[in-house]
Design a protein around this ligand. Sequence first.
Ligand code: SF4
Length: 344
Amino acid sequence: MGTVEDVRIARRTGFCYGVREAIDMAKESAAAGRLTHTLGQVVHNEGVVADLLAQGVRTVDSLEDVREGTAVVIRAHGVRPDVMESAAERGLEVIDGTCSWVVAEQRQLQRLVDEGYTIVILGTPRHPEVVGLLGFAPDAIVVDEEEDWDRIPRKKRMALITQSTQPPWKFERLAAHMVGRAHELKIVNTVCPVTIRRQEDTVDVARSVDAMVVVGGRHSANTKELTRLCEIVGTPVVQIEGVADITDPALFAGRRIVGITGGTSTPIEDLETVARRVLEVAGVPAVAGREAEIAHGALESAATPAGRTTSLPRVRAVAAASPRASEPPAPVTARGPVTRPAAH
Ligand code: SF4
């Protein structure tokens, strides 16, 4: 017999605005009758990729796989400038879904290069966003975990910038580490505010429940960070990729209230499905038959309504009417061939 009486979904979860915009662009393009591709998986979520495929959007690994005249969507992580240029040269219709925050980050990085700084990027070396950033600063030193930091040289003028989804505490610690290594140190904080808010909301819910479920890609840095924060709070936590991973009621043995959160590539609907599944496998008898209703109630209580996952007209209208102060300007939503200059 299960022990779970209730479920709570963290506030402000679901897709971040960068991921949502890129997915919307791909859907809009396919709906307009264009043969549409995304360069790399738009998110590492099989359900989302399958949904896009059903709507006519294919994932390709390389521009070589895209026929001239067809459309290619650049995902939120962005790409190196030469990828943009070669897409245009190949006669592809480039739909630039690079998140506006990442665009701002690329521009700031380019400025640091122009100003002659030795640049350190805090990030995961092979992460697509970092690969794209290196296209703007090929000589930058990429460091991730603390063991790497001794590789940072001592230089007169250094600059530090970060991959958007790195944890703020790590960025601050690295900045402190670098203070003694440079005569002049320029720090550009490009940690994405969406990531910070999500971490705060995850901690809030983790403090109010008996166990947490974190839903997201196994290798997703921002998902792993949510799991780590739950551990720091001291709440037992399990990280899963999707609802199919919840089969064992023992995961929730003795837990009364279970909290659920997800990474920036996890659709909010997945959290509702997971909430329902937790109740199905580990709920007390009193919740039997009401699992869907309770899970839906938990979703309704989260600040991000489910409609934000697939957005289109309503979200754009709302966003245009009330831009959020902590977010960068609206993204470039190019619908025709685009080449981004190498320097800004
Ligand atoms: S920078 Fe922030 S909003 Fe943009 S894609 Fe990354 S996590 Fe999402």
